[in-house]
Design a protein around this ligand. Structure first.
Ligand SMILES: Cc1ncc(COP(=O)(O)O)c(C=O)c1O
Length: 278
């Protein structure tokens, strides 16, 4: 882990750990020959599932929010290049995507599929993410991560040794519901909820996929790629300066991935996405 040497932190020490939450969320979800999942047109999760399908040899279907737009953006073009079949749901139906009626319609159309929720956050994903804390050899008190759908935070919290806490930073606006979601995911995975986590709602910067000049400047100044991570790291440093963490606390900020195409192992940054022939 690398320590961030920043002014104004006092005795609090902040470390960054690079760790791709998408791979952890998928680890225990693999095994079905056909996987269907959901996401927006720029979804990191959609690409991660498409890449995993290609790598492990299962079929993938991506249910994308909104209308089809051609040509496909680079993110969806990448998913298709990895063999994913795309289908679209209008925004109103997409909001109800996890309801029994919409799921039944999808099963009718796509047959025998394993359905992964948006963001990949289910019980298996939580169990995958719970392995992260055990892989940190250094001393720490708090682990921080971005929160989109809640699976990453739910897992990190469940995997924490006694006496440590997890702090998530919501990347969406009006994300009060996320606490219920994290609790639900922990219950689904383990039948209990841990008391060692909380969610900071103060760093959404206008909402999901939104940014501000201040956040852009922060990201550029800190060499941070990706909006989820930028919001979290901004929040961690800001809260540290405000005295939110106890004196001498050692805080780990998890860098949960790089933006497309940098974070995708089988894409060379800066190169056009071309279909893989196998
Ligand atoms: C880079 C990155 N960080 C954090 C998250 C948030 O994770 P979660 O949806 O498990 O809360 C995501 C979404 O999957 C992501 O792509």
């Amino acid at each position: 882990m690398k320590e961030l040497l920043e002014p104004g932190l006092g005795s609090v020490r902040v470390f960054v750990k690079h760790d791709d939450n998408k791979a952890r969320k998928l680890k225990y979800n693999l095994g079905h020959p056909r996987v269907l999942t959901f996401g927006g047109a720029h979804s990191n999760h959609i690409r991660a599932v498409a890449a995993a399908g290609r790598r492990h040899g299962f079929e993938t279907i991506g249910v994308i929010r909104g209308e089809e737009r051609l040509p496909l953006n680079p993110s969806l073009a990448y998913a298709v290049s990895r063999g994913m079949t795309l289908t679209y749901l209008d925004r109103a139906t997409y909001r109800r995507k996890h309801t029994p009626e919409v799921l039944a319609g999808l099963r009718e159309r796509w047959g025998d599929v394993a359905i992964l929720p948006e963001g990949g956050s289910n019980a298996e994903a939580v169990r995958g993410c719970a392995e992260l804390p055990g892989e940190i050899a250094e001393e720490y008190d708090v682990i921080c991560c971005p929160v989109g759908t809640g699976g990453t935070l739910a897992g990190i919290s469940a995997g924490l040794p006694p006496g440590r806490t997890a702090l998530g930073f919501a990347v969406l606006k009006g994300a009060g519901f996320l606490a219920d979601e994290v609790a639900r995911l922990q219950r689904e995975a383990y039948g209990r909820v841990w008391p060692n986590w909380s969610i900071d709602l103060g760093y959404h910067f206008g909402g999901y996929a939104r940014s501000t000049p201040a956040l852009e400047a922060f990201a550029a100044g800190h060499g941070v790629e990706g909006i989820y991570v930028a919001k979290m790291l901004y929040g961690v440093l800001d809260r540290a300066r405000q005295g939110f963490f106890r004196d001498g606390a050692r805080v780990v900020a998890v860098i949960t991935g790089l933006p497309f195409p940098l974070g995708d192992p089988d894409v060379v940054a800066g190169q056009a996405v071309t279909p893989v022939t196998s």
